[in-house]
Design a protein around this ligand. Structure first.
Ligand code: GLA
Length: 377
C-alpha cells in the first residue's frame, strides 16, 4: 500500500488503555458517524494494546479476549466496516507487547494471516521486548513482508519511537508511518518535548511513509490512560496545529463519544487538516524570525498549489510577539511579491505591506496562515 497523505483516525490507547471492549468500539464507530468525522478525513478506528488473551491457542494463533470481545474480532471488524470505516489493530515486534500480551516475534506470518482473516486494515506494530540481537530493520521488515503476503491490504504503522535510528531504515520495511518520538502524555510539557524532538526528523517525512508524532491528546483534559495534568483549550489548539503543520498522522486519542464543542472544533478544522493532507507533503522549514526566543517557533511550508503555510507557535507561558522577514520565505523586495494571508482559526485576513510580519500571541497560542503569493501594490 502506498499512502499518499498522512493517515487519520482514532486509537484507543490514550484514553482507554487496558479498559477496552467491543461495546466501546461499537459506540466509538457510531460516534465517528454521528460527529461526521469521516467527512473531515478520519477513517481508521484502531484498537491498541490489551485486546488479546495472554496465551495463544493450540494452533499458535492470537485469541481475542472473550471477556472484552465476546463476539470475536471479525464481528468487531464487520461492525466498523459497516459504518464505512477502516479497522486497525495492534501487535508488537517483541515476544510481548508493551503491556505484556503475546507479541508477534517469530509469529509474523501466522499473525498477519489472522489479522487478514478478521478484516484488519491497519496494524500498529510496537517495539517492546524485542530481541537484543536482531536489529529493528529485520523485525519490522519481517512483518512488512508478512503483511504484503497476507492477502489483504493492511497498512503497517511502525511504533519504535525513533529508536535505533528508525528514520534510516523504516522505508525499507513497507511501513506507511513510523513513530518518530517517545510516548505522548496529556501535558503541555509533553507537547513541547515532542515538538522539539521532531525538528531533526523533518527531512524524513514524506509521501508513502509519515513521521508519526503520536496520537493526539486534544480533548482529554487530564482524563484517561495518559491523562496527567491535562491541557487548556488553547494548548490543545496549538498542539493540533503543530501536528497538522508538520504533516503527522492525525490519530484522535480522546473519547469521541463525549467531545466538547471546542474539542470537536479543534479536531475538525478543515483548513488545518488541508495543510496536514496537502498532496505535496513537503517538509516544513524553520524561520529564524526576529528577536524570537527558543519558545517561539516559526515554520513555513510550500503547499502543492503554490501557497505557503506559515505557522507561528508560542510554546512559552508569556504573551510574546512572533516576527519574521519575508526574505526568509523567499520573497525579498526584489521579487515584487508579498503575501496575502488568511489565519486558519479566526479567518482573519491580512496582506503584508512592508517586509516584516509581526503577530502578538497569547501564552501557548498560535496563528497558522495559508498565504497566497501576490504582486505588491
Ligand atoms: C507503547 C506505545 C504506545 C502504546 C503502548 C501500549 O508505549 O508507544 O503508543 O501502544 O505501548 O502498551
Amino acid at each position: 500500500m502506498v499512502k499518499l497523505t498522512p493517515p487519520m483516525g482514532w486509537n484507543s490507547w490514550n484514553t482507554f488503555g487496558n479498559n477496552i471492549n467491543e461495546q466501546l468500539i461499537f459506540e466509538t464507530a457510531d460516534a465517528f458517524v454521528r460527529e461526521d468525522l469521516p467527512a473531515k478525513g478520519y477513517e481508521y478506528l484502531v484498537i491498541d494494546d490489551c485486546w488479546s488473551l495472554k496465551e495463544r491457542d493450540a494452533s499458535d494463533r492470537l485469541v481475542a479476549d472473550p471477556a472484552k470481545f465476546p463476539h470475536g474480532m471479525k464481528a468487531v471488524a464487520d461492525y466498523v466496516h459497516s459504518k464505512g470505516l477502516k479497522f486497525g489493530m495492534y501487535s508488537c515486534a517483541g515476544n510481548l507487547t508493551c503491556a505484556g500480551y503475546p507479541g508477534s516475534f517469530e509469529h509474523e506470518f501466522i499473525d498477519a494471516e489472522t489479522f487478514a482473516s478478521w478484516g484488519v486494515d491497519f496494524l500498529k506494530y510496537d517495539y517492546c521486548y524485542h530481541s537484543p540481537i536482531i536489529h529493528g530493520k529485520y523485525l519490522y521488515g519481517r512483518m512488512g513482508l508478512a503483511l504484503d503476503n497476507c492477502g489483504r491490504d493492511i497498512l503497517l504503522s511502525a511504533c519504535s519511537w525513533g529508536a535505533d535510528e528508525t528514520h534510516e531504515w523504516i522505508r525499507t520495511t513497507g511501513a506507511s508511518m513510523w513513530r518518530s518520538t517517545g510516548d505522548i502524555f496529556d501535558t503541555w510539557q509533553s507537547v513541547k518535548d515532542l515538538t522539539k524532538q521532531q525538528e531533526r526528523l523533518h527531512p524524513f517525512n514524506g509521501v508513502g511513509c509519515f513521521n508519526d508524532m503520536d496520537m493526539l491528546i486534544v480533548g482529554m483534559y487530564g482524563n484517561g490512560n495518559v491523562g496527567l495534568a491535562g491541557c487548556s483549550d488553547t494548548q490543545y489548539k496549538t498542539h493540533f496545529s503543530i501536528w497538522a503543520f508538520m504533516g503527522s498522522p492525525l490519530m484522535i486519542g480522546c473519547d469521541i463519544r463525549n467531545m466538547t464543542e471546542t474539542t470537536k472544533k479543534i479536531l475538525t478544522n478543515e483548513e488545518l487538516i488541508r495543510i496536514d493532507q496537502d498532496p505535496a507533503c513537503r517538509q516544513p522549514f524553520k524561520l529564524t524570525g526576529i528577536w524570537c526566543g527558543d519558545d517561539i517557533l516559526i515554520y513555513a511550508k510550500h503547499l502543492a498549489d503554490g501557497d505557503l503555510a506559515i505557522g507561528l507557535f508560542n510554546l512559552s507561558d508569556q504573551k510574546s510577539s512572533a516576527r519574521f522577514n519575508l526574505d526568509e520565505v523567499g520573497l525579498p523586495h526584489s521579487t515584487g511579491r508579498t503575501l496575502s494571508m488568511t489565519e486558519l482559526w479566526t479567518g482573519e485576513k491580512v496582506t503584508v505591506v512592508n517586509s516584516t510580519f509581526s503577530k502578538e500571541l497569547d501564552a501557548y497560542d498560535c496563528a497558522v496562515y495559508r498565504a497566497e503569493v501576490v504582486k505588491r501594490a
